[in-house]
Design a binder for this molecule. Structure first.
Ligand SMILES: [Zn+2]
Length: 213
């Protein structure tokens, strides 16, 4: 029993970038989630029973289902279907300006940005819409941008095993623009380069040039 638990812990650390974290307690039901929203409304100083707020807890919970839908989705499965009939195509595949909306795990405030993804195929390519879906799955979880950047790159690397992967994310963090230090107009840029994008400066420059950096 103990070793089984230990194995699970080790597995979850090794796979930390791929798997949704597991909640310790059982998942609350919808009524409990709505009650929690009513608590926050009271905490803010308002009356959850007044007419304008009566439907708010249900709406907030439905919005959360959308914001955090990524926990129920498997990012590796999205990329699993690949195509090998590519006539030897081995140049860069780049998907630019994939807009995403996420939430920071420190304030649950929106992170709004774009991701640029590239890989150098090694015989296999994936449908381009799948790369956009990959961004969406990780965005629809509580995130920090650095982690999300690494997760996207690592998943492409693991599933496609290409010659290289590059991911750049530029995003605005509402926890910095609408609260705290109140610095609108700031953007955080993060990147992760693997394989030839890391080892070959020419390939990296070509990628950064194509994404306008
Ligand atoms: Zn934050």
């Amino acid at each position: 029993m103990t070793s089984k638990v230990a194995g699970k812990v080790a597995g979850s650390i090794a796979g930390a970038t791929k798997q949704a974290p597991r909640a310790e307690a059982p998942r609350p039901d919808r009524a409990e989630a709505e009650a929690a929203v009513r608590t926050l409304l009271r905490w803010a100083g308002d009356d959850p029973l007044r007419e304008g707020l009566a439907g708010t807890p249900a709406r907030v919970v439905r919005a959360y289902e959308e914001f955090f839908a990524g926990y129920a989705q498997d990012p590796e499965a999205i990329l699993a279907r690949t195509f090998e009939e590519v006539e030897g195509y081995d140049e860069m595949v780049l998907l630019r300006d994939v807009r995403f909306e996420s939430h920071c795990e420190h304030h649950m405030a929106p992170i709004i940005g774009v991701a640029h993804l590239a890989y150098l195929p090694d015989r296999r390519v994936v449908g381009i819409s799948k790369l956009a879906r990959l961004v969406e799955i990780y965005a629809r979880r509580l995130q920090i941008q650095e982690k999300m950047t690494a997760q996207i790159a690592n998943t492409i690397e693991t599933v496609l095993q290409p010659q290289g992967v590059a991911v750049v994310i530029e995003a605005t963090h509402h926890c910095m623009t609408t609260r705290g230090v109140h610095k609108p107009g700031t953007a955080l840029v993060t990147s992760r380069m693997l394989g030839r994008f890391r080892s070959d400066p020419k390939t990296r420059r070509e990628f950064l040039g194509m994404v306008g950096r």
